[in-house]
Design a binder for this molecule. Structure first.
Ligand code: SAH
Length: 289
């Protein structure tokens, strides 16, 4: 679907997606993890009718293009080396825009409440007498896993999924008990913001008794054209992380499901190869006829 098709939905009589109601002047929206087609219809509609858009660095250009020409655009993320916007300043900007009577969209990568501080902003707004609403987005774990062809749960392999932040390695995680808790039976672990902590994570999981051969994958710029997959095991992940030179965001999936994804990829390769063989032998036959 082209971006323009999504905007067209706003004019459809059959689709009533609702607007930002007067009492909800701020919509805190998840932009999904990159691909514009992973945006919800509700998000697309609210973005296209916003008066002010305050967005983070993980939001892709083609999603920002859904905003109208009149919409005020406020960047509130990290930009190459420059200091990132302070949360206090973002909070104040949200309140100021809402108090001017604008329809405000706060746009965040993935889902606004999965390591997204969406609820912190909603609480700040509420303390200033402003109601807000959340619109969910496809979080990186779901978007990246789908795009890499890896299931997060799989019958007989993984019965649960844990989303973990790699940045805050607090005392509970530092202790053996913390790592042990992450290693509950048949669970897939998805680490956000964890690349820099890869060695520490591997060490913690191995010390807690995880198998050194447990497969894992780094997914960089998942669900985007520049997506890169780097496969490793718990034993090699620190070294692979060191050699990973990528500029986009990186997610880590740890668990036996990674092997299931690799098995699927091999089968798909075989299908493609046999298709190519059929096509080239068809071609040879028609040329020799
Ligand atoms: N709210 C977001 C997460 C923000 S934290 C969400 O729900 O997805 C930022 C971290 O998310 C990054 O450091 C990275 O680990 C992960 N991430 C977000 N988008 C990603 C993408 N397209 N590819 C890989 N990792 C991604």
């Amino acid at each position: 679907m082209e971006s323009a098709d999504i905007i067209e939905l706003k004019h459809s009589n059959n689709v009533n997606l609702g607007d930002i109601s007067p009492s909800h002047r701020v919509a805190i929206i998840g932009a999904g993890c990159g691909d514009v087609e992973l945006l919800t219809l509700k998000a697309a509609r609210l973005i296209s009718s916003a008066d002010a858009l305050i967005y983070d660095s993980l939001v892709s250009e083609d999603i920002l293009d859904l905003a109208s020409n009149e919409c005020e655009m406020h960047f509130a993320g990290k930009r190459c080396g420059k200091p990132s916007a302070k949360q206090d300043d973002i909070n104040q900007l949200l309140v100021a825009c809402a108090k001017r009577g604008l329809k405000v969209v706060r746009l965040k990568g993935g889902d606004p409440n999965v390591f997204g501080r969406g609820c912190e902003e909603a609480i700040f707004l509420a303390k200033h007498g402003i109601k807000s609403q959340f619109v969910p987005g496809i979080t990186a774990a779901l978007g990246c896993a789908a795009s890499a062809g890896i299931p997060l749960t799989h019958r007989g392999v993984a019965r649960s999924v844990t989303l973990v932040t790699g940045t805050v390695i607090d005392d509970s995680t530092r202790s053996g008990a913390g790592w042990q808790a992450l290693l509950t039976a048949q669970s897939t672990l998805v680490f956000y913001m964890g690349k820099e902590q890869a060695a520490h994570i591997a060490h913690g999981l191995l010390t807690a008794g995880a198998n050194i051969k447990l497969p894992m994958v780094f997914i960089s710029s998942g669900a985007r054209v520049e997506q890169k997959l780097s496969f490793a095991t718990l034993g090699t992940m620190a070294e692979v992380a060191n050699q990973l030179h990528v500029s986009g965001p990186t997610l880590m999936i740890v668990g036996e499901v990674v092997s299931v994804g690799q098995e699927l990829a091999e089968l798909i390769n075989q299908v493609e190869n046999s298709k190519n063989n059929v096509i080239s032998s068809d071609k040879e036959m028609s040329e020799s006829a």
